[in-house]
Design a protein around this ligand. Structure first.
Ligand code: B12
Ligand code: SF4
Length: 559
């Protein structure tokens, strides 16, 4: 790792009273934007901008995933028009190298600015982020209170030491970490209400996505409408965090880490708050068709909000305060679902419900600290499908301690539920995101794989954990063989046919996995079943291409 010259803390923020600081906030940068999921305006930095403006500061958002031309050139132009007092860079584990490249560019062009890192990776990985980036400080957890305090101190010319919710490198190299409390329910509500939805360029994202997905060219109206409902969505977050503590999940620990290890209190909008936000979103973006409740967990097992909110939405639709056709998507724990709740959600317009099922194997769910969901999986998926709701299941095919039978069970389960009408998103193994219990489990280090990352425009490089492979050699070999086959098919298909929906990608996983697992003695369904399901998902021309790739020599030879 290349050492970075440390800027003494006293260089920034001290001295006489200054003009009101100006903030430039940069969202996480993913140059492969849209490869995995639909992209959207970065909610975190937009919310921060709204709150800062409310406190009298000028705040501008730079969204590197939505620029005309190269994001680096667009950022350079912005950096030249204003010296900016504070430049904030949002970080996630997946995007860190690209986020750092923008931070270094900012330092080169605005040497006097106070450059701050925030977001998931900065919170969980303070030391690495301070080592790799040109940052004056890191903000831990929610950025609202620390940034307000930072702005006030810069304005009054005070020292920047000791701001709650920040960490800095001291001149002697040590890190001065000042934990900060998670926002209270009231602060969270104010912050959500300050999110400037009116300024967020959802229309630009929709136009780009409609073009990328060739929506105008879809021959069947129903298909066009379905795709538009998916694309013309706005994201709303109403919860501060999910406390369920799954061992592969980082966000469950985000606020605890910011508080210095202390458990954070849950805070979220009540049904009235949700309803006023929905109305505001519709006013700001009248063409919106779907609101995605982005909360990590939308309903708790004991939860007075869910039924009340569904009724409030129904009433608002009946009164003409919300469009009758407005639909919703939310991410849920399946053990918080009941038939009554599903009925209410369906009536209110919930079209897709995301469920982090992760695995159909009770052993693996125990390892993930998610065993409680086991008895709910089949009955709740069946109930949702009967009502006409599409369940979207996220799956992790292997866990660090799973065996071959667990992997086979997941493939059989994925096929069964796709055939029944569910959508499935497949990840082959656990990605060790900083902050997740599994990422810091020393017992898993020998099976963790690292990937070299480089920061463009600098000599900085480091190795970052990228996968936790199964410990058992036969499972590791099986999942890596399946992954190679899937990559082979997807590489070729995506160059020929463009983006493939996740239901098609997951069926390709299933189709590639069946022969690999059968060869290893597992009882597997006929590969023809998966191919038939695939055929139903694709137009004939595309299916022919998929079939040619899946069949001889690869799959047939293997089976
Ligand atoms: C919505 C969401 C998405 C959406 C939209 C993202 C968007 N443009 O808004 C979509 C579906 C596109 C998405 C995609 C992915 N996501 Co995502 N996503 C989320 C989710 C559920 C909510 C994010 C959110 O809006 N939070 C609400 C806002 C208000 O909070 P926030 O962003 O954290 O910001 C606050 C603080 O972090 C801080 N802050 C943030 N930035 C900054 C910057 C500065 C300067 C400061 C001071 C403070 C600060 O202050 C903010 C306000 O309090 C989170 C889980 C979570 N609970 O955060 C996962 C999460 C961020 N995603 C994750 C992942 C892995 C992905 C994908 C890689 C998944 C995949 N394999 O495809 C892709 C990557 C796409 C990309 N380019 O980054 C992981 C990241 C793990 C990590 N440790 O880095 C998370 C944490 C989920 C998880 N536990 O695994 N995601
Ligand atoms: S239920 Fe979802 S958000 Fe909550 S801890 Fe588990 S994986 Fe994370």
């Amino acid at each position: 790792m290349t050492p970075i010259a440390l800027r003494p803390v006293s260089e920034t923020g001290t001295g006489p009273r200054h003009a009101a600081p100006t903030f430039l906030l940069i969202g996480p940068y993913d140059p492969k934007g849209g490869e995995y999921t639909f992209l959207a305006p970065p909610l975190g930095v937009w919310r921060l901008a709204g709150v800062l403006r409310r406190h009298g500061f000028a705040a501008t958002v730079f969204d590197p995933n939505c620029t005309d031309g190269a994001p680096e050139a667009a950022l350079a132009e912005l950096l030249r028009v204003d010296p900016w007092t504070v430049i904030g860079v949002s970080t996630t584990g997946m995007t860190l190298a690209h986020d750092l490249a923008l931070a270094h560019l900012a330092r080169r062009l605005c040497p006097g600015a106070c450059i701050v890192a925030g977001g998931m990776e900065a919170t969980f990985n303070v030391e690495r982020v301070l080592d790799l980036g040109p940052f004056d400080c890191v903000v831990l957890g929610e950025g609202e209170q620390p940034l307000i305090e930072l702005g006030q101190r810069l304005q009054s010319g005070s020292d920047l030491a000791g701001i709650a919710g920040t960490a800095r490198r001291l001149e002697d190299g040590r890190i001065d970490r000042c934990p900060g409390p998670a926002m209270t329910g009231e602060q969270l509500r104010d912050a959500i209400f300050e999110t400037p939805y009116e300024d967020m360029p959802y229309g630009t994202y929709w136009a780009r996505l409609e073009q990328a997905y060739g929506v105008g060219g879809l021959p069947v109206k129903a298909e066009r409408e379905a795709r538009l409902a998916e694309i013309r969505s706005v994201r709303l977050i109403t919860l501060n965090y999910c406390p369920m503590g799954c061992t592969f999940c980082s966000s469950t620990n985000f606020l605890h880490a910011a508080q210095g290890g202390q458990t954070a209190r849950i805070a979220r909008l009540d049904e009235e708050g949700c309803l006023s936000m929905l109305k505001r979103i519709v006013r700001a973006h009248p063409r919106v068709r779907t609101v995605i409740f982005q909360d990590d967990i939308f309903a708790f097992t004991k939860d007075p909000r869910i039924l009340a909110l569904c009724q409030a939405i129904l009433d608002a639709k009946a009164a003409g305060d919300l469009p009758a056709a407005l639909q919703f998507i939310s991410t849920n724990r399946i053990d918080a679902m009941t038939v009554e709740r599903l009925h209410a959600m369906h009536a209110a317009g919930f079209r897709v419900l995301g469920f982090g099922i992760e695995s159909f194997s009770p052993n693996v769910l125990r390892e993930f600290n998610k065993a409680a969901i086991v008895p709910f999986i089949s009955p709740m998926l069946e109930a949702a499908l009967t009502l006409g709701i599409t369940p979207f299941l996220d799956m992790i095919l292997t866990s660090p301690r799973c065996d071959l039978a667990d992997l086979a069970e997941n493939i059989r389960g994925a096929l069964r539920w796709i055939e029944a009408g569910c959508e499935v998103g497949v990840y082959p193994y656990v990605v060790p995101f900083s902050g997740a219990a599994m990422a810091s489990d020393p017992a898993l280090v020998p099976q963790t794989v690292y990937t070299r990352h480089e920061v463009a425009g600098t000599a900085i490089a480091w190795d970052q954990p990228s996968k936790i492979l199964p410990a058992a050699a036969d499972v590791r070999d099986a999942i890596l063989t399946i992954e190679r086959r899937v990559d082979h098919v997807l590489d070729r298909l995506e160059t020929q046919c463009g983006h493939l929906p996740s239901r098609v990608r997951s069926l390709i996983w299933v189709t590639c996995a069946i022969p690999v697992l059968r060869e290893r003695g597992m009882e597997m369904p006929d590969a023809g079943r998966a191919e038939r399901a695939l055929m139903q998902q694709l137009p004939a021309r595309r299916y022919a291409k998929v079939r040619a790739l899946l069949n001889p020599p690869m799959v047939r030879r293997a089976s």
